[in-house]
Design a protein around this ligand. Structure first.
Ligand code: ADP
Ligand code: ADP
Length: 232
């Protein structure tokens, strides 16, 4: 369970202060696929980044599995973050490393022994359908394949939560469908909670169970996808 209690986030620059998230309270149940939708600048990405502590709330509390994220010491936060995978619009891959090396990277950081690491990477390559591309570099891959590398890397440390920040926004409709199918399988087979930030209605409609709509930092609607998309 991920919970936001009256959470606000303000960015202070020299010239101005921006309220990116404005008094949001939300509960995201374990095991679900949760969508956060809204226009660019609505605060979605900031909200997502407070779940794994990449941003700290200015006010309020964020809890993951009953632990208050912003109260964790650095070492605790690091091990907590390892249990939360994240994928991005522009993939954030390491361009000088092969597919295999990209996926192995979080396991190296976690000091996993080489035999376990190799087995894990083979499994992940197979799971995302990239076994044949293991020794290619990201620049040799299509957009969908790059995102599959991002997904495999995010799964390396057996996360309980996968945070998806506009993960399909750079992909064409057909590739988007195949990536969403993979994400759905990951949710069903591995029981991983997915939190999906997007500006695309179709993404939320096709795989999310619950959702909220953000506008100017506020959650303006919340409920099941069926409720929110049904005509009154
Ligand atoms: P979204 O993901 O919905 O596009 P963001 O969370 O990225 O929205 O941004 C919300 C608001 O906060 C925007 O006005 C954005 O410009 C601002 N913002 C986001 N990150 C920063 C930052 N690091 N410093 C200053 N302002 C930021
Ligand atoms: P992506 O879409 O790949 O996530 P973005 O362009 O949304 O990349 O954001 C890249 C980085 O810039 C993020 O860390 C975000 O917090 C920061 N950022 C976004 N908006 C602003 C802003 N108005 N001022 C300063 N930093 C920002």
């Amino acid at each position: 369970m991920i919970q936001f209690h009256h959470v606000s986030k303000r960015y202070e620059d020299k010239q101005k202060s921006t309220i990116a998230v404005d008094r949001v309270s939300l509960a995201i149940p374990e095991g679900t696929i949760y969508g956060i939708i809204g226009f660019s600048g609505a605060g979605k990405s900031t909200l997502l980044r407070m779940i794994n502590g990449l941003e700290k709330p200015s006010e309020g509390q964020v809890f993951v599995a009953d632990q208050e994220i912003s109260q964790l010491a650095d070492t605790q936060l690091r091990s907590r973050r390892q249990k939360m995978g994240m994928i991005f619009q522009h993939f954030h891959l390491l361009w000088s490393r092969t597919v295999r090396e990209n996926i192995a990277f979080p396991l190296e950081i976690a000091d996993v022994d080489p035999a376990t690491l190799n087995k894990k990477v083979d499994y992940l390559l197979e799971r995302v359908g990239l076994t044949e591309k293991a020794d290619d570099y990201p620049s040799q891959l299509s957009g969908g394949q790059k995102q599959r590398v991002g997904i495999a890397r995010a799964l390396a440390n057996d996360p309980s939560v996968l945070l998806c920040d506009e993960a399909t926004s750079a992909l064409d409709p057909e590739t988007t469908r195949s990536i969403l199918k993979l994400l759905q399988e990951i949710n069903q087979e591995l029981g991983i909670t997915l939190v999906i930030v997007t500006h695309e209605m179709s993404v939320v409609q096709s795989i999310c169970r619950q959702m909220s709509v953000m506008d100017h930092g506020k959650v303006i609607e919340e409920g099941t996808v069926e409720e929110l998309f049904s005509n009154p």
